[in-house]
Design a binder for this molecule. Structure first.
Ligand code: HEC
Length: 154
């Protein structure tokens, strides 16, 4: 019984932390903006899993990374739809107007991200460790490069 009370208290605490983290995030009123912000947020966790796979000692660590890598590659393919023109002025977006005003520049950032993440998935599937490391570095550079040009600070 004491254990139960303790666990119940722990659960309430965990929910409190989750709710707080949730409130830090400004909510949009548009499902496409939610999809891109939520997807981008989940990229962070998936990228963490891939970084851990890169340095893991297990022989199958890279092959097993094909699952999170395939999710990232699929998300990359969906980006043109998630940045649809009608989402330009939705409150809560941190996308700069340049996303739509310089659609060629933004398109080439997406293309680079798609190429890098397709390479990441392929390298994981073929258990090619060197190609995996190279694609992971290329993917991280693609995140940075796009944010610098197309995402508002803070
Ligand atoms: C093609 C451009 C592009 C690429 C590539 C890209 N991002 Fe983003 N990212 C954006 C833009 C634009 C926003 C702002 C989205 C909005 O608020 O409308 C954003 C937002 C985010 C956010 C904040 C989400 C939120 O909850 O507000 C995180 C975290 C993030 N990106 C992580 C990443 C990571 C990690 C990668 C690489 C694995 C990545 N992004 C790749 C353009 C990009």
């Amino acid at each position: 019984m004491r254990n139960f009370v303790f666990l119940a208290a722990l659960g309430t605490f965990a929910l409190g932390v989750a709710a707080q983290a949730h409130e830090d995030h400004q909510h949009s009123t548009n499902p496409l903006v939610d999809a891109r912000q939520g997807g981008m947020t989940m990229l962070v966790a998936n990228m963490g899993a891939l970084s851990r796979a890169e340095s893991a000692p297990e022989a199958d660590a890279i092959t097993r990374a094909a699952f999170p890598a395939s999710g990232i590659a699929a998300f990359a393919r969906s980006l043109p739809a998630l940045f649809a023109a009608e989402t330009k002025d939705v409150p809560g977006t941190r996308s700069l107007p340049a996303v739509w005003e310089d659609s060629e520049g933004f398109g080439s950032q997406i293309a680079e991200f798609q190429a890098a993440t397709a390479g990441l998935e392929a390298a994981a599937r073929t258990n090619d460790k060197a190609a995996f490391s190279e694609s992971l570095a290329r993917t991280k550079a693609a995140c940075q490069s796009c944010h610098t040009a197309f995402r508002a600070e803070g």
